[in-house]
Design a protein around this ligand. Structure first.
Ligand SMILES: [Zn+2]
Length: 42
């Protein structure tokens, strides 16, 4: 799953040309799955 950096819509399928089908934006980032790891940062 990917997310358009411009309109924030989710895009499921991406081929070689990574463009947002909604707004045509070319910067698409991978959606980060929620990480359930607990890290102590103290
Ligand atoms: Zn978009």
């Amino acid at each position: 799953m990917y997310v358009c950096e411009n309109c924030g819509k989710k895009i499921e399928k991406i081929d070689k040309f990574i463009t947002c089908p909604y707004c045509g934006h070319k910067i698409i980032s991978k959606e980060r799955p929620p990480v359930m790891k607990r890290v102590k940062a103290e």
